[in-house]
Design a binder for this molecule. Sequence first.
Ligand code: FA5
Length: 344
Amino acid sequence: MLEQLDAIYSQALARLDGLTDGEALAEWQRRYLGKKGEITLLLRATGTLPQEQRAAFGQRANALRDALSAAYTERATAVRQAELSRSLEEAPLDVTLPGRRVPVGGLHPTTQTLRQIYAIWAEMGFQVFRSRDVEDDDTNFTLLNIPPHHPARDMWDTFHTTTPGVILRTHTSPGQIRAMHTYGENGTQPIRVILPGMCYRYEQISARSEIQFNQVEGLATGRNIRLTDLKGTITEFARRMFGPDKRVRFRGSYFPFTEPSLEVDIECILCGGDGCPVCKYTGWIEIAGCGMVHPVVLQNGGYDPREWSGFAFGMGPERMTMNVHGIQDIRYFWQNDLRFLEQF
Ligand code: FA5
């Protein structure tokens, strides 16, 4: 068996020298050193030898197996190197070329504005309350002091569903009623919430108006909340959002669910108040409607209006984003045109 072992060893070494590719190397490895390889089988047969020959044979077989393994590793490295050089020559690799860019997504411009709005209101102690997109007519209108057939309903062109009395919310204000019922604990607890979300109006689509858009409602209730609290809080928000030097003004307005009602304007972000197409040459842009919560609405939310008061506001993040970036047409927001979206 010793001669057989030496013969296999010499043959294996000689063959290894002539191998030039990975596949032939793998075949060689299987044939001599694999589980059923010739050297392995001989080693396993050590036990069949007479006792006195076993140790010498085992030692020699192990030594030859190790020598073949080392020779194999050396040859395999040389072959790999040669293959690499060959492939570089055949198809040269220019390591100085820029890599392939991995496409990275970004946040929608409205989402960016919304997150900024959430962060500012959170710093000011307001938590987010998510109300429903599909509302009932009562909560969207009647409980907000807009009874059926009241002409104020004309301010909100409504999408109705096939279920009578079920509509898509036209504004986030119905969330005021739901927040009061959820957090007010039968009119005993103060509330500070913002209510963001989609609103839907059956409107003529134009450069400033979509049929689907976001609003962020705000609501604060308490025992001593006054108009000055509303003005101070909104002014603080506007300064944190648009810059500490921005001037803010309030104009009288009308909403059925607030009394008194106001509109909030800030100095135009683009022209600084000089007048430009975005502010329609007025120097001001509107950012929100607001007012003191109407006593009827407080009552519908479970509060006694003789003891409790509150303020509310509603702003439109798409219009705010348009003003900040000078975007001329609201329709870009939902067209999913990457040329538009990638600019933010
Ligand atoms: C309201 O919807 C009131 N619920 C706001 C409010 C809340 C007032 C609480 C008082 C107290 P208005 O219809 O003006 O008000 O809408 C508020 C904001 O939503 C607008 O200033 C505008 O930014 C945005 N908005 C309204 N309609 C559209 C539209 N079709 N497309 C895009 N944004 C719109």
